[in-house]
Design a protein around this ligand. Sequence first.
Ligand SMILES: Nc1ncnc2c1ncn2[C@@H]1O[C@H](COP(=O)(O)OP(=O)(O)O)[C@@H](O)[C@H]1O
Ligand SMILES: [Mg+2]
Length: 256
Amino acid sequence: MSVLLSAQGLKLAFGGVKAADGIDLDVMEGEFLAIIGPNGAGKTTFINMTTGYLKPQAGRITYRGQSLLGLSPRRIVDLGVARSFQLPQLFTEHTVLENVALAIAAREGVWSPFAPLLRPAFRREAEEVLARFGLEALAERRGDALNEGARKLADIAMAVALRPRLLLMDEPTSGVAAADKMGVVETLVRVLREAKVTAVFVEHDMEVVARFADRVAVWGQGRIMALGPPQQVLNDPQVLRDVIGIAPQEAGHAPA
Ligand SMILES: Nc1ncnc2c1ncn2[C@@H]1O[C@H](COP(=O)(O)OP(=O)(O)O)[C@@H](O)[C@H]1O
Ligand SMILES: [Mg+2]
């Protein structure tokens, strides 16, 4: 397996808070890498630095050997690195189909307020993407008329429509009803595996991590405290004490 994304020595402080304090991480092509760790550990900051939303104060990030530093989020998407957010970014006044068609138009570089939203080719492709997610029945629903599980999947469908090779997902199951959670994850894992997309995902549910992650990285205070296969990391006494002992609802939820 080859290295798809490589972070070396990433540092970023906000005032006195070290959100990244020397992050070294290689993401291997084809893997599903889970990021766990308490709130405020710097998980979202890592995704923000990787996708061009924040610039590290030190360190390097390369994707397929090319530096991502200083590139805009848009340019990074064009290179094949997409993301989804903790709070879905759907346009709530548009339908699910329109949202995915918008992502396709953006990918093709033809989106403008004056362009027809649903060119036939974009509509067809958007329908095809939604079918992969089992969302075809919700295609004409407005973004604000979805339950959280469907909203998360629709948001990820928009990211997949960008045809990434690497997708970073910030808490894809947060806010999803417990009864829907495994179904949501099974769907997105199936779609991403079929499309051969490498995935990095922040997750608080250890059952999801144990079942779907190839490797787990444990974040704490801007550092990676442990990294390895789930059966090893999730049984590490220190990880059990410092991370898994902290239920996410106890730690509260930081804004996306
Ligand atoms: N844009 C920002 N401005 C100031 N502080 C920030 C910003 N983004 C994150 N932080 C701080 O950096 C730390 C790590 O945040 P974050 O990466 O969101 O953690 P996590 O996603 O693991 O909960 C927190 O203390 C947070 O308050
Ligand atoms: Mg976060």
